[in-house]
Design a protein around this ligand. Sequence first.
Ligand code: ADP
Ligand code: MG
Length: 592
Amino acid sequence: MTQIFDNPADFADEALDGFVAANRGYVARVDGGVVRSTEVPAGQVALVVGGGSGHYPAFAGLVGPGLAAGSACGNMFASPAAGQVYRVAKAANAGGGVLLSYGNYAGDVLHFGQAQLRLNAEGIETRTVLVTDDIASAPLDEIEKRRGIAGDLTVFKVAGAAAEAGLDLDAVERLAIRTNYRTRSLGVAFDGCTLPGADAPLFHVPAGQMSLGLGIHGEPGISEHPMPTASELAELLVSRLLADKPDDAGNRVVAIVNGLGTVKYDELFLLFGKIEKLLTAAGLTVVEPECGELVTSLDMSGLSLTLLWLDDELEQFWAAPADTPAFRKGNLAPRASRELAGPEDAVAGEAENTTPAAAGLGRLAAAVLAQVQGVVVEHEEELGNLDAIAGDGDHGIGMRRGVDAASAAAQETSAAGASVERVLTAAGEAWSERAGGTSGALWGSAVIAAGLALGNKDSYRGEDAAAAVTAFVDAITELGKAEPGDKTMVDALLPFRDAFLTAFDGGTPVRGALASASAAAQEAAETTASLRPLKGRARPLAEKSLGHPDPGAVSFGLIAARISNYLDSELIDSDLTDSPLAASAAGNGAHA
Ligand code: ADP
Ligand code: MG
């Protein structure tokens, strides 16, 4: 049981506050997670790690010299929102670029991916290396689909040491990729874990049984076994990992026995002793091993074995010193502490200069978002029902939560005189932070991308609208990686973009181009009824979905139509008729 809390909803936040209070010499709290509280040499690559809370010392416990520069900390077992990752990375950046590294889970991929797009768009060069060490989660020929467990530590450690040594972003990324490629883990569970406030564990393992390969959040394992002896368990873990070793494996390995929460250290040590003998008997030399709690799952009863096959370069970085709250190795000179902007400052960001005209356009952007909110509210139930056919039924409520937050953020920023850029980036961030779900991360990212493409200007031309449409669509395809025909919103987005650009390039003013594009999107959304879903949560129930359109494509079509109608009827009479966009929208000329 997880027993110590006031309000279960505040558990992750309050635990993080207390962790910082206990480790001020190492970490400082920023909005979304923690960063080092000590000086970071200028130009050093910032390794930013993260994921759900409940896995301590992963991830906040690994922040310090020689390891991570920051950690984005989500709710219990839930990915941090894109905005959190973005803010932590921004605070951690020391001018050498950012490497995002985290375990391969769908929610984390979307949110960290969205943050990466935004950081890159702002000129902070950002890369990603996913940790995919868990051999139980996919076969070797699909290694990129494996999820990340205790192998997080080897990848973070090597990347962090390489950053500390002053290597550039390319080199740190390359070493992290190589470490991940040479790391394998396998876990076993003896019993489940209980989220704060829950009265039953997330999952159970029958008494006297052991589940092999069960994921750290209760994802299904690969087999059930009667509880083995320690020697049998050591033999099982070692033999499975050795059978999965990388092509170019040498004979020097790091071995990590990791406790998942409630297995005592004495038991872990007992097992480690047996594992070390087996590895040695297999002709391997065990180098600087670890045995203890490194990536946990609340009070889960279970453990894992990780092996990293070293080469000379990886060994150098694995053995390099590190000094963090939960992981220390060798000696590092003490670091001076540094001043950090308070959380408020981090949210507010740099001051923005807007002219009255730019602020007027910011208000127009907020008015458009209010329209989007209106159409989502009208269709909330229908979208939920559509998603319930083959998905999880939350598309209506997810879109509603996202757009309510986005519209509120847009009203607030535009009332304060913000530009289109600021209004849309605030709206997109609020959208992804509040919506949850796949579509929330994608919509949030797309709205931010459109805002960055439009920028802070006094007037917009047709070209700006074309750039915003393109940026909106690109953000979704880059982040979600869905292909045409996968039965997702992309099947409505691409026809929308193509129709817009074709009409616009042919001399049609923005309003007309938008009208053709939204008609194309609605038609394409209906046509998705004949497709089988190949991406997203509806995939396992593909057959059921046949004959029904994709919910995300339908909601996009509805929203595109509403925006088009709104701009068509309102723009001429608005106070913006002098801007080139308004002029072209009024039909006074093509894209001059
Ligand atoms: P979730 O799938 O997390 O429950 P929603 O129900 O809100 O989120 O959204 C479902 C919609 O998200 C789908 O109908 C589809 O249009 C869209 N979607 C899912 N995965 C992708 C992806 N990889 N790329 C683009 N769109 C996607
Ligand atoms: Mg859904």
